[in-house]
Ligand binder design. Structure first.
Ligand code: DGL
Length: 270
């Protein structure tokens, strides 16, 4: 296996860039191929069957770039499709659910964990299932937050409007006294300050994309697949629609400008 091969990372759109940001910090020499399925976002409201079909196409596209590993940087796709597709590919495919749950269980002191995600993610029950596989005594409070993704994608990551919405979504978690909350959707780290304002700064927030990035670094080391080059890695971005929009908004998620050209592909071909 050639260690210089890129890592493939995908999401339904922009959210996965919060994971890319962490991979770039942790593994600055890794080359990355990112795919954002911007023509079919959101995944969170779709059926499991549709998401599995989309995820197969996303992986098939990334595989054309001769990648060495895949990170599904989407809570919805990880929760609803990873188990179904993992066995079909001869390559390491990592999701965000298991790493985030492992971290949350380690960090919760009062054994009350909140999970925030899209409708699809929360309905799949995957985060809860994984937490209970580790420790069945943990109280899990799950909350779907369907308004969070459109708010973030339209630039409402702070201020009165997201705070009002967050107060409503987070009430059950506050009432239950959770001490740890999993941001189970890769869009949600952009709402970190809003969530702290509502739940208080003492809460531990687990960023699922960041946990996935740490897990990927560990797996690359275990498999002996780290890129040993001393040159900075190259990131290439692909989308299935509206490349200019992705370039503009992507900087907000990545906290740096997307200088490379964003290329549009036809995902239905894969
Ligand atoms: N970033 C996706 C996730 O992590 C949410 C966006 C969507 O619904 O497609 O679940």
């Amino acid at each position: 296996m050639d260690n210089n091969k890129p890592i493939g990372i995908f999401d339904s759109g922009l959210g996965g860039l919060t994971c890319v940001k962490e991979v770039m910090k942790l593994l600055p020499n890794e080359n990355i191929i990112y795919f954002g399925d911007t023509s079919r976002v959101p995944y969170g409201t779709r059926s499991g069957e549709t998401i599995v079909k989309y995820v197969r196409q996303d992986i098939n596209f990334l595989k054309t770039h001769d990648i060495k590993m895949i990170i599904i940087a989407c809570g919805t796709a990880s929760a609803t499709a990873l188990d179904a597709v993992r066995g079909d590919y001869d390559m390491e495919i990592l999701g965000v659910v298991a790493p985030a749950c492992n971290e949350a269980v380690k960090r919760s002191k009062n054994k009350k964990i909140g999970i925030l995600g899209t409708l699809g993610t929360i309905n799949s029950g995957k985060y809860r299932e994984h937490i209970h596989e580790i420790d069945g005594t943990i109280e899990v409070i799950s909350q779907a937050c369907p308004m969070f993704v459109p708010l973030v994608e339209n630039g409402y990551s702070s201020g009165e409007i997201p705070t009002l919405v967050a107060r409503d979504y987070l009430k059950p978690l506050r009432d239950a006294g959770v001490d740890t909350v999993i941001l189970g959707c890769t869009h949600y780290p952009l709402l970190t300050d809003v969530i702290y304002d509502v739940l208080g700064r003492n809460i531990t927030l687990v960023d699922a994309g960041k946990s996935a990035a740490l897990n990927a670094a560990e797996r690359l080391a275990q498999l002996g697949l780290e890129n040993k080059s001393d040159k900075p890695g190259v990131v290439q971005y692909f989308v299935s629609d509206n490349a200019p929009n992705f370039s503009t908004l992507g900087g907000m998620f990545l906290e740096r400008e997307i200088n490379n050209n964003v290329r549009k592909i036809d995902i239905e071909e894969y």
